[in-house]
Design a protein around this ligand. Structure first.
Ligand SMILES: [Cu+2]
Length: 236
């Protein structure tokens, strides 16, 4: 049933992989290529014993991938269906089927789950995106980057009033968005001492937001009032 044509194709068109969700001719023979792409999750490299490019979609073994993203898995041999469950989301993939079930809804996929040498391989992009994990690809380093942390994202506001940042020190989770709001009728901004962020000069009631991804301590100041207007954001 499952065609396997493992071959070597140099320089598979990875740009196509990025957009491969769009369409897939069900009748066309799949092209299965061993993949040497690297995968990172939130910046940490992951390693899989095997990975394949199938019709330019990256596939990895389902158990290993589920562990990576902190999901539970199940396998029903009678229906050849993999169930992947994470938080409140459940995705069911049937071997060879272009329809997946995402929280009970039938959803089309670019390339189906596959049995290769008796192991079940699942598409990284499809699962990641349906679990709210962002997927990026850097062609130069052939690295797929997965960014999770949906529920850890928070939004904070620092009010600038009477030439002070309030609160002067703020602790946030990595990936949080911090909005500066100026309440003074004098222009202020916020500039990180290490150059990692800089808002425009804000007039009265104007706001600017920054997103802090890397943990660390960020000292910042207001450029026009550098000598006395200072603050700190601690990213955990
Ligand atoms: Cu200022």
């Amino acid at each position: 049933m499952i065609r396997k044509s493992i071959g070597r194709i140099a320089g598979a068109a990875l740009a196509v992989w990025m957009g491969a969700l769009a369409a897939c001719g069900a009748a066309s023979a799949e092209t299965i290529v061993k993949s040497d792409m690297k995968i990172k999750l939130n910046g940490s490299p992951l390693s899989y014993d095997q990975a394949y490019l199938i019709d330019n979609s990256l596939f990895v073994p389902y158990r290993a991938f589920a562990e990576t993203i902190g999901a539970e898995v199940g396998w029903d041999g009678d229906t050849e269906t993999v169930t992947v469950k994470k938080d409140d989301s459940t995705i069911k993939l049937k071997i060879g089927s272009l329809s997946a079930t995402v929280n009970g809804k039938t959803t089309a996929m670019a390339a189906p789950a596959q049995l290769i040498d008796s192991s079940t391989f699942v598409p990284v992009r499809f699962l990641s995106e349906n679990f709210g994990i962002q997927v990026g690809y850097d062609d130069a380093t052939r690295t797929v980057s997965l960014t999770s942390g949906g529920e850890a994202k928070h939004a904070y506001t620092i009010e600038i009033s009477e030439f002070k940042f309030g609160p002067a020190e703020l602790t946030v989770e990595a990936g949080s968005t911090v909005t500066f709001k100026n309440l003074d009728n004098v222009k202020h901004n916020a500039v990180a001492t290490d150059g990692s962020f800089q808002t425009p000069l804000l007039g009265e009631n104007e706001t600017a937001s920054i997103t802090l991804l890397a943990p660390g301590e960020y000292d910042y100041y207001c450029e026009p009032h550098k000598s006395f207007m200072k603050g700190k954001i601690i990213v955990k």
